[in-house]
Design a binder for this molecule. Structure first.
Ligand code: ADP
Ligand code: MG
Length: 246
């Protein structure tokens, strides 16, 4: 049965798009037919992290408005088999789509895929809510600073209020020296947000470099963050993977 996972944060720039691209790629590499949908209308860039800009033709609003069938709008990655991509519109959505159209699109997605990851916009506005409209799980991406933690906590409250069944936390850009300076640990972040941990991703310049060089992170240099995202993907898939602070 397909699982729809919205990836959210509250604060911008915490690593949602990076997470959607890397976790979806890992789930696909593990053999699951995986769709990732860019819901960041107006500020889309998931296509860049997937190296699929040439495939951002029809978008999810074309599907919702009936201009394109889901199968026409979703494209398989030429680099990672089993990985599919559905783009966001270039402009911000001002006319909210009908809930029937959204439900129909996710029903169709559930019939085709094992996992669907939704790249939610930052903030807690209308498009963020739309990204969570049919989610079974929400993964909140934060880093360890107090501003990101506060916004992640706020986003978690909104997501709980929307009735999303499972919430999980992914702590990104971890640098042990910063945690040491703050006299904090990953547990401090978990306790502040009150959400169960699904992954810890280390600070890794291979994310910047792979984006610059036009290669998906998991095919780039299999270093820190790529391994950490693979562990998170395996936990999402139900495997018992211990937390490794390498
Ligand atoms: P969001 O989608 O939440 O706005 P992005 O995924 O676009 O965030 O990431 C924002 C920036 O942070 C990007 O430049 C990305 O390369 C960088 N980044 C994300 N995660 C990491 C990490 N673990 N290590 C180093 N840089 C990272
Ligand atoms: Mg983003």
């Amino acid at each position: 049965m397909c699982k729809v996972i919205a990836v959210a944060s509250g604060k911008g720039g915490t690593g949602k798009t990076t997470t959607v691209a890397a976790v979806s790629s890992c789930l696909a590499a593990l053999g699951y037919k995986t769709l990732c949908v860019d819901f960041d209308a107006g500020l889309r860039n998931l296509d860049l992290s997937l190296c699929m800009s040439d495939f951002a033709i029809a978008d999810f609003m074309d599907v919702l408005d009936g201009r394109a069938a889901l199968t026409e709008a979703c494209h398989e990655s030429p680099l990672i088999p089993n990985l599919f991509f559905l783009a966001a519109p270039v402009s911000y959505i001002t006319d909210e789509p009908s809930s029937e159209a959204v439900k129909q699109m996710f029903d169709d997605i559930r019939g085709e895929f094992d996992y669907c990851l939704v790249d939610s916009p930052a903030g807690i506005g209308a498009n963020f809510r739309l990204a969570h409209a049919d989610a079974d799980m929400s993964v909140i991406v934060t880093y360890g600073d107090i501003a990101a933690i506060r916004d992640a906590s706020q986003a978690a409250d909104v997501i709980r209020g929307m009735g999303v069944g499972e919430l999980r936390l992914l702590v990104n850009r971890v640098m042990p020296r910063n945690f040491k300076y703050m006299k904090a640990t990953i547990d401090t972040v978990i306790d502040a947000i009150g959400v169960q941990l699904i992954g810890v991703i280390r600070e890794d310049d291979s994310i910047f470099l792979s984006l610059h060089d036009g290669a998906p992170l998991i095919l780039y240099k299999k270093r820190r963050a790529a391994y950490d995202f693979l562990d998170a993907a395996r936990r999402i898939a139900g495997e018992d993977v211990p937390l490794r602070m390498r």
